[in-house]
Write a protein that binds this ligand. Sequence first.
Ligand SMILES: [Zn+2]
Length: 238
Amino acid sequence: MKLDILAFGAHPDDVELGCGGTLAKEISLGKKVGIIDLTRGELGTRGSAEIRDKEASDAAKILGVAVRENLRMRDGFFQNDEEHQLEIIKMIRKYRPEIVLCNAVDDRHIDHAKGSKLVSDACFLSGLRRIETAFDGENQEAWRPKLVYHYIQWKNIEPDFVVDISGFIDQKIDSIMAYDSQFYNPDTKEPTTPIATKNFLDSLHYRAQDLGRLIGTDYGEGFTVERYLAVNSLGDLI
Ligand SMILES: [Zn+2]
């Protein structure tokens, strides 16, 4: 299956938190979108890998993505090395996306920057035809996505551009709340975590609203780039 956009996240819920509104919007515009989680988030303080598998599947349905896979790398301990790069390259060659979205370049959780660099390096390597890979017994063709963008997560990183997600904020938050075990719930007996506070829940809304304010719309999601943004005409920007 050929996809337009493939979003990677180190943990299930990273993609929804970082770029769920953008994905919902692109899907509404007719783009084919997939999500690949690197780990099952099995080291998470709350919930379990099995619970998070189910939550990730529910969230994927809310966003309307065409496919979601989990590479079952080790939460906390996966590395940016040949073995892991080849796993990502196989996914890039399988889905041949034009655009790849991946974790924040710098963040509180060490897997985020690690996952960010791993996916970015694999996007480059995937374009080298002398790196041979096979999937389901078939040799794969080299494929390099045209664009790699990094979404923003826990830390307030200055975005290089902001996507207007007005009209898609509810769908984004619904997809995040599908992860019932992870976020604010005053009735749970699970230990609290930085993302399980009411403050964090509120921040989903006000951070998107603040980015929207800065671009003159209701809500936004910010991204960073790896090379200069190119436009055909000055009128391309909103
Ligand atoms: Zn994460």
